[in-house]
Design a binder for this molecule. Structure first.
Ligand SMILES: [Zn+2]
Length: 249
């Protein structure tokens, strides 16, 4: 579980959020659906999680767009999903470039769309997802939900065998790309074990959508205990609309 010192760092408000995009755009509403930029409290918590939690370290070079979508008809609110996490495609990045001086490096890698209805229902936000009622917010609950959704923002990993004589140097060379050693997968011939690490190309990490370890991310359970998202997931089926779009809870 996270200690009090780390907890305070995770909920502190930030003036600048390096990895969370901030577009100065008015909200959109057609009377049924309202879509707008997430408020600074949510954006700050996302940035703090990226900065403070090693499991999110691959996102330090990423751009994440965080929106809130609130629907007037509660029945349309897809079974209480907290968010959709999308790996931004060429079209998303093109439209983002239209708004941000046409710089591809500032286009989003991921888009997280929180449900204002679900956040309101949990007391994380009020007023259709607009406000974080600061003093009343259950920050532990908010953090576990945001941490969960952020963990869907993954990067490509591979596993290679490393022999006992070379594993030390191999891990040292990997640096921050090193994830873990799987000692249980030991090769009979020379005792080599599998090392899991992030692969990179010229652009850095190769982002993808990560699915839950089982029903909940292990990291969320370790950091926040039995999370609210866990209890939701255990009773609902994860929906996948297409290979780029993963509906998280
Ligand atoms: Zn999920």
């Amino acid at each position: 579980m996270i200690d009090e010192k780390l907890f305070q760092k995770l909920i502190q408000q930030r003036k600048k959020t390096k990895n969370v995009l901030n577009y100065d755009v008015p909200e959109y509403s057609d009377g049924k659906t309202t879509l707008f930029m997430a408020n600074p409290d949510i954006c700050s918590m996302v940035q703090n999680l990226i900065d403070q939690i090693p499991e999110h370290r691959h996102l330090k070079g990423s751009n994440i767009l965080i929106l809130v979508k609130t629907v007037a008809d509660q029945n349309e609110n897809a079974a209480g999903c907290f968010a959709r996490v999308i790996k931004a495609g060429p079209k998303d990045r093109f439209f983002a470039c239209l708004m941000r001086d046409a710089k591809p490096e500032s286009a989003p890698d991921f888009i997280i769309i929180f449900s204002g209805n679900a956040l309101d229902a949990e007391g994380i936000t009020s007023d259709g997802g607009h406000a974080c009622p600061l003093l009343e917010v259950d920050y532990h609950k908010a953090l576990s939900i945001i941490d969960h959704e952020l963990l869907h923002c993954g990067a490509k990993t591979v596993a290679d065998y490393a022999s006992p004589s070379e594993i030390h140097d191999f891990i040292k060379d990997l640096g921050l790309r090193y994830i873990k050693t799987l000692n249980e997968f030991k090769r009979d011939s020379d005792g080599a074990v599998l090392v899991v690490y992030y692969v990179t190309d010229n652009n850095g990490y190769i982002y993808n959508i990560r699915k839950h370890d089982v029903q909940e991310f292990q990291g969320v359970i370790e950091r926040h205990g039995e999370s609210i998202t866990n209890s939701h997931i255990s009773t609902k089926i994860i929906k996948t609309k297409n290979k780029d779009l993963f509906v998280g809870k």
